[in-house]
Design a protein around this ligand. Sequence first.
Ligand SMILES: [Zn+2]
Length: 219
Amino acid sequence: MNRYRNLALAFTIVIVNPITQEAENSSAFPFFVTPDRWPGTYLEELFKIRNQQVVRWPIALLTRNFYIWIAPILTTGDSVLDVAHVRAVKESFSEWNKVRIPLLFVFTSDSSKADVKLQWVSNFEEKTIGKVLWKHNPKNGHMLKASIQIAIRRSDQTLLDTITMKAISLHEIGHMTGLEHTRQDRTIMQTPIKIAHLDPRDQVSAQILYSMPFSIARK
Ligand SMILES: [Zn+2]
């Protein structure tokens, strides 16, 4: 019997049903009974990667807008970042906003005001097209800062299409909120990414992560 099992029963969770978008009370959801078994999510894998710690942005930040600064459109040699690519990235933030986790993404043109900056990269050397650099406090799980890098081209120099841009930005935003890779098929946090929208498993995983107190999964 692990220690946090009892704790999990002791707090109230308000979850937004991703289908109806209505708040549900926790008794309607079967997945709070044991934190080591979360049907419809990939939190079990997440907590394994995180050594059973809740890692996410702290509440103090969540009571206000969460500012995103997107670097200006970039021209590097022959590679021009199209307006449609920027739109795809903005759509990804809007799609995450609909999940109704307590992070409200708002764009800012003032980089000094930004909680998270998104930079364009011509291409990465390795076979990746997006990266999130983030830092958290290992003592309490609070995420402290993060930045996103998205490549315009793959490592073989082919230009990313806008659907791939949407998929990769949804995925990197997922990392930035605190999610990790999962083996669950056709979720946005699976690698390689097969979809360009959020699956209900992505939504519910993020919602529960943001409903859990930081102390809950600590060893
Ligand atoms: Zn990833």
